[in-house]
Design a protein around this ligand. Structure first.
Ligand code: NAP
Length: 243
């Protein structure tokens, strides 16, 4: 029997992350799941059971990432898919934005990707196979008032992934980013009615996306059906941004 493929996923407890976990489980993968909360990790264990792997990992803290990723890269040399999905917002207009708000968003959403990819990539290179997928956002391209920290982290991610895609293109490793528009999750639950109405006016399809709309593309990018796609930023946004 062929060994099961392993997928590494951050932000598995969130809206998009849980949909990604469900789709990979249904395709027979073993999940390597991380969370910054022991309580949520426990809930994830109860949900997905003992045949998967769970790690406490605070993406805002580089020391925690280095420690945890050293262990994961040693114990799981056969990870074939990396999905850097976790992300946070801490919105404020630039004149009011505190250094801590800037730093926590950049650390969690962007710097974490550097540490994770740097630690798992050598195994992928040795295995001569890998798929690396990052989750950015439509606002990385458009900008968004009150989100200069979030937008910087998400557009930085696109440039970072394109550079890595160049570096590993000859090694059978694909590196891509997905930019969701507005998706129904906890992140968008906090929008008020006026904000939701304003957003709806900009979406030709006149509806928010579902986590599965993003998860389906993540899965496609992890298969060999997408083997000639690399260095791309793929949009899932109901037509909100067309270019
Ligand atoms: P969500 O439901 O709020 O989930 C966010 C996830 O990030 C949680 O699972 C959380 O896990 C994890 N996380 C937060 N801080 C962390 C930390 N310090 N260390 C480790 N993990 C941390 O958000 P979502 O909507 O599913 O978003 C998933 C991704 O899509 C994010 O990168 C987001 O920016 C992007 N995105 C979302 C939308 C949207 O409309 N929803 C649009 C564009 C882009 P724990 O609490 O378990 O640690």
């Amino acid at each position: 029997m062929k060994p099961k493929k392993k997928v590494f996923i951050t932000g598995a407890s969130g809206g998009i992350g849980s949909s990604i976990c469900d789709i990979f489980l249904s395709k027979g993968y073993e999940l390597i799941i991380t969370s910054s909360s022991s309580a949520k990790l426990q809930l994830l264990k109860e949900k997905y059971g003992n045949n998967n792997y769970y790690f406490d990992l605070d993406l805002s803290d580089s020391k925690s990432i280095i420690e945890c990723m050293t262990k994961i890269s040693y114990e799981h040399k056969d990870i074939s898919v990396i999905i850097n999905n976790a992300g946070i917002t801490e919105d404020n207009l630039i004149l009011r934005m505190k250094p801590e708000q800037w730093e926590s968003v950049i650390n969690t959403n962007l710097n974490s990707n550097y540490y994770i990819i740097k630690s798992l990539l050598p195994n992928m290179i040795a295995n001569r196979y890998g798929k690396i997928i990052g989750i950015s956002s439509v606002v990385a391209t458009t900008g968004n008032p009150g989100q200069s920290n979030y937008v910087s982290s998400k557009s930085g991610l696109i440039g970072f992934y394109k550079s890595i895609a160049h570096e590993v293109a000859k090694r059978n490793i694909n590196v891509n980013v997905i930019s969701p528009g507005f998706i129904e999750t906890k992140m968008t639950d906090s929008l008020n009615e006026k904000q939701k109405d304003d957003i709806m006016k900009k979406i030709p399809m006149q509806k928010l996306g579902k986590p599965i709309d993003v998860a389906n593309l993540v899965y496609f990018l992890s298969t060999d059906q997408s083997s000639y796609i690399t260095g791309q930023n793929l949009n899932v946004n109901g037509g909100m941004l067309m270019f």
